[in-house]
Design a binder for this molecule. Structure first.
Ligand SMILES: Cc1ncc(COP(=O)(O)O)c(C=O)c1O
Length: 459
């Protein structure tokens, strides 16, 4: 299919390829989606010859940037050596990657591999339920999560997701999942202000555990910083409070690091910012920087040991997947982690994130629709409102216009989408961690120009 013309590709794209989160009718009626054919550093290249600054790193995953030949070579080498074997036996790259992750995560050193963030969370839910059954507490099955959080697209992970718009058309979802309030200080669900609030949002977990009965609650799952729900950065003592509540009621703490892992927040893992020690950590996206699909779920000694027993004890994990820990993906993940460590991309994320946040605040200070610029490391949210006093969220239609203006100016920005009806008003920036000052300057200019152009046109 080497010689397929641009026009044919566009036609086939419209006819045969069903894209996520996309109204396909608009592809027919208006413009086709850009067709991406290459990438280098923070840029991707389109088939029609444009160069776009990717300020969302694909889907917040290309942490080391595009075009890293050492990752490609690691994959090619592994394909020649051993293209595939499942982990019903073992192979060196999966062993090495598990050991590497265990060294980073000494509290959760037992690693189960899968293929996506959704699946990594499903594994966490299944294991924690089996764990409580094997500990003689079969009623501990409920999983608590939070409003606005996203944990994946499969029916269990979606049930843990606190985004009504995402869930709506797929219900009924898996039973046994309940949501509590989000740590959303700008729009506090309790109309309180930190620190006088006494962390009412964290205490909402306690309330829910007591209402349900602690003997029915298996685990709590949180993202260190709520990602797709709008870059909700919690107060510093929020996660420690949740950990304390979990310990008090004998509930396991699952930290979803699918987005926040591998330097995104300026630490190797986001929970390290808050000094908590989870029982389970889930990883995906940045694990191989999107060069290959791979995910992992990391478990504590205590959970892992509850699965040990005689061959006929029935205590082994009954979850299996064909491709989990795929040798090529594991080889690429090892090379990717090598780059993150060698180039200190966690430090770089901290440093560049601080600058980008400050530059955005300065540049956007006189745009009345910019309510808040918040973030951690190179993960930044810009909350947009109709006016700062009323805090009415900016309309979806205008969010789409901002996105289009940025794209026209050569920048791909992200935005919260399908979270809560009428409350999808946060622009999201998460560029590759290698982004340079000059690229950030260009990004800030384009964000400003896109906002100004949108509001100039807006009725
Ligand atoms: C916090 C979080 N968890 C889980 C997932 C699901 O990951 P995947 O799309 O790889 O299934 C995502 C995806 O964006 C996410 O943001």
């Amino acid at each position: 299919m080497e010689g397929v013309s641009d026009q044919t590709l566009a036609e086939w794209d419209r006819a045969f390829l069903w894209h996520p989160l996309t109204q396909q009718q608009s592809l027919r009626d208006r413009e086709p989606l850009p067709i991406i054919v290459g990438g280098e550093g923070c840029y991707v290249f389109t088939k029609d010859g444009r160069r776009l600054l990717d300020a969302v790193s694909g889907l917040w995953c290309v942490n080391v940037g595009y075009g890293r030949s050492e990752l490609a070579e690691a994959g090619a080498r592994q394909l020649r050596e051993l293209a595939y074997y499942p982990l019903t036996m073992s192979h060196p790259r999966a062993i090495e990657l598990a050991a590497k992750l265990a060294a980073f995560l000494p509290d959760t050193p037992h690693i189960y591999f899968s293929n996506s963030g959704s699946e990594a969370n499903e594994v966490a839910f299944k294991v924690v339920r089996q764990y409580w059954k094997q500990r003689g507490r079969p009623n501990k099955v409920k999983i608590l999560s939070r409003a606005r959080s996203y944990h994946g697209s499969t029916l269990g992970a979606l049930a843990a997701t606190g985004q009504p718009e995402r869930r709506r058309d797929y219900e009924p979802l898996a039973p046994g999942f309940l949501q509590v309030a989000a740590p959303y200080c700008y729009r506090c669900p309790f109309s309180l202000a930190y620190p006088a609030c006494g962390l009412a949002c964290a205490e909402d977990f306690r309330r829910r555990i007591e209402i349900e009965g602690p003997e029915t609650v298996a685990a709590v799952i949180v993202e260190p910083v709520t990602a797709g729900g709008g870059v909700l950065v919690p107060p510093p003592d929020y996660l420690p409070r949740i950990q304390a509540i979990c310990q008090e009621y004998d509930v396991k703490l699952i930290v979803d690091e699918v987005v926040t892992g591998f330097g995104r927040l300026g630490r190797m893992f986001g929970h390290q910012l808050y000094g908590v020690r989870p029982d389970i950590v889930t990883l995906a996206k940045g694990l191989a920087s999107g060069y290959m699909p791979i995910a992992a779920t990391a478990f504590s000694d205590e959970i892992f040991e509850a699965f040990l027993g005689a061959p006929d004890s029935g205590r082994h994990l009954r979850h299996v997947n064909t491709f989990g820990g795929h040798p090529v993906a594991a080889a690429v993940a090892l090379a990717n982690i090598g780059v993150i460590e060698r180039e200190d991309l966690c430090g770089r994320s901290r440093e560049q994130g601080r600058k980008l946040g400050a530059w955005l605040r300065e540049s956007l200070a006189d745009v009345p629709q910019v309510a808040e610029v918040r973030g951690e490391g190179l993960f930044i949210g810009i909350e947009l409102v109709e006016d700062r006093g009323q805090k009415f969220p900016l309309k979806d239609r205008l969010m789409r216009t901002i996105y289009r203006h940025a794209l026209t100016r050569g920048v791909i920005v992200g935005r919260s989408a399908d979270v809560e009806a009428g409350r999808n008003n946060i622009l999201i920036l998460a560029p590759p961690l290698v982004i340079a000052d000059a690229e950030m300057e260009a990004l800030v200019d384009v964000v400003r120009e896109s906002l100004v152009a949108t509001f100039r046109e807006a009725p």
